[in-house]
Design a protein around this ligand. Structure first.
Ligand code: ADP
Length: 557
């Protein structure tokens, strides 16, 4: 306990005493000294109790002690008890004047009443004035003593004792004012701290309310991985995964949690809060809360809290519910899978029949054979695409790059697209000098070019031109497919490689499409270690650029 607290406690203790007890306690020290003098008198100063002044003094003090105990001070004014020390001083004066041979001057007894007055709650000035009066009163009986011939010693004493009392009174007052000042300062500081505390409690409550209004789960962990905050959204999510019959808040280790796409319970070390407590930082971590049929899927992410040296650290884990998205993705996947499955059978039949036709080309004119070959090649590509969509798990495109002449692929892509372009009033042209070597899978890059050229024609509803040109440099070969069609906004261009994305303009113009071609195209290009980009302006057309590694220069035969 600090010194200040001890003082505050003692102060509070004395304030709490009933006034009668308080007054009596103040009177007791002097009463004890006088009682000792009375007891010692028969042996030490035999004539002391025979003298009138001394008897009067002891009698007066005894009456005052009784008054301390009996008077209902609590019903009287707060300063009225000071009558007691004042009359005590008179008793001290009487004892002094009735002193006997051998008895030391008992004037110092006046210290008790003077200390009482100085330490009272009277204002400092009044208390000093009263103390001076009290000090002077100690010499009062002497003034009235008849025929008294003062000795120089006596005069000195009667001046010195009051002076001593005044000095003591002044000291007590100074100490008291210092103490009061300190007390006031500490009270002010306490009030200030209370205000700050109320303010910070208010802010904490506000923060809590804000956290409880958001539709995401938030958990804060301290540096030791202990939970220090959980908002109500998260509490509800956890309650939905608590085992039946368990209390509303259970530890994460006891919750029914599974990883997305798994059925076994998530091991303790893989649970999001445990991962965060172990100091891991993660994002988009899919976790299923609860069992069938009410599983809720949440995407969890953890970020560390920076340790600012004020004892923070730890981490914040957020949870977003993605159940609806996961369900719609699964439904979408099922639709795509069914759709692809339905396409496979007729496509296989088309390819088989084209094979049969091409097996006996003698009766067919050369242009017809060329067209059937184009149709067959495209049907095969379509089948490869459909098979790709049917593959379970994450779609990874298989590419087998080899030294390939891209100019030949450009020519093949343009000739395949000729019929389509003509029907749309689009003029196709190429500006690629052969050979143009690159490390590329001819089947896959053919698929890329077919897709880009077919898009360029498709999204030029009013006709126009589509041009393919090439550029090389820094170990890269770049093919640019440029059209003068409808184009799109920069925001749309940034999303064209996202699965199922279709620009609003394409939808508004009812141009058919599934939003899959460019995402597959991007997978193929990136599977080569290359890059595909798109620049576009609404109403002015688009340019898709495919960059592929140039590979080593081919040996001349
Ligand atoms: P699809 O053409 O089947 O819709 P894609 O993945 O090939 O799917 O294209 C995605 C979207 O990108 C298209 O729906 C269209 O909005 C936009 N897009 C693609 N190519 C072009 C182009 N050359 N000009 C304008 N918009 C295009």
């Amino acid at each position: 306990m600090s010194e200040r607290q001890i003082v505050r406690n003692a102060d509070g203790y004395f304030k709490a005493l009933p006034p009668r007890v308080h007054v009596t306690l103040c009177q007791l020290p002097m009463a004890a000294v006088l009682a000792a003098v009375v007891l010692a008198a028969p042996a030490g100063w035999p004539g002391l109790l025979d003298g009138g002044p001394c008897r009067a003094a002891f009698g007066l003090h005894a009456v005052l002690l009784l008054a301390c105990v009996l008077v209902p001070w609590d019903r009287l004014g707060p300063h009225l008890p000071l009558v007691i020390p004042l009359l005590d001083v008179v008793a001290v004066g009487l004892i002094r004047s009735g002193g006997v041979e051998g008895l030391p001057d008992l004037g110092l007894l006046a210290l008790f009443p003077v200390l009482w007055i100085s330490g009272s709650r009277l204002p400092a000035r009044s208390s000093l004035a009263l103390s001076v009066v009290a000090a002077l009163l100690t010499g009062l009986p002497w003034v009235f003593e008849a025929g008294f011939a003062p000795s120089p010693d006596r005069i000195a004493l009667d001046v010195l004792v009051p002076l001593l009392m005044v000095g003591v009174s002044l000291t007590v007052l100074l100490v008291r004012s210092r103490f009061t000042h300190q007390k006031r300062r500490s009270e002010d500081r306490e009030t200030e701290l209370q205000l700050l505390l109320t303010h910070s409690r208010g802010r904490e409550a506000l923060l809590g309310q804000i956290l409880d209004t958001v539709d995401v789960g938030i958990v804060a962990l301290d540096a030791d991985g202990r939970r220090i905050l959980t908002n109500s959204w998260q509490s509800q999510l956890e309650a939905s995964a608590a085992p039946a019959g368990s209390p509303p808040s259970v530890r994460e280790a006891e919750l029914i949690l599974t990883g997305h796409g798994h059925t076994a319970p998530l091991p303790p070390g893989r649970r999001p809060l445990q991962r965060a407590a172990a100091g891991e930082t993660f994002a988009d971590y899919l976790v299923c809360y609860g069992g069938e049929p009410a599983v809720r899927v949440a995407s969890a992410g953890a970020r560390p809290l920076t340790d600012d040296g004020a004892g923070s650290g730890g981490s914040v884990v957020q949870f977003h519910e993605v159940t609806v998205h996961i369900e719609s993705l699964a439904a979408e996947k099922e639709v795509v899978s069914n759709f692809s499955h339905e396409l496979r059978t007729p496509l296989t039949s088309i390819i088989g029949n084209l094979d049969l036709v091409l097996g006996d080309v003698d009766d067919l004119p050369a242009p017809a054979v060329r067209r059937i070959e184009i149709a067959q090649r495209n049907a095969e590509r379509l089948l490869a695409l459909v098979s790709e969509l049917l593959k379970p798990g994450p779609r990874a495109v298989s590419v087998r790059p080899c030294r390939t002449d891209l100019a030949a692929l450009v020519e093949a892509a343009l000739s395949s697209a000729q019929a389509h372009a003509r029907s749309m009033g689009v003029l196709l042209s190429a500006d690629v000098s052969a050979p143009l070597w690159a490390e590329a899978d001819p089947l896959r890059i053919g698929q890329v070019l077919d897709n880009l050229v077919s898009n360029a024609i498709k999204y030029s509803p009013g006709g126009g031109t589509v041009r393919i040109y090439a550029s090389t440099g820094e170990g890269w070969v770049r093919l640019h497919v440029e059209d003068t069609g409808m184009g799109m906004t920069a925001a749309d261009a940034a999303q064209v490689f996202t699965r199922f994305f279709r620009s609003p303009a394409a939808r508004a113009n009812s141009i058919p499409g599934a939003g899959l071609g460019l995402s597959i195209t991007q997978d193929i290009v990136e599977g080569h270690g290359g890059k595909i980009t798109c620049t576009s302006r609404p109403g002015h057309g688009s340019t898709f650029t495919v960059a592929l590694p140039a590979g080593s220069t081919p040996q001349t035969a």
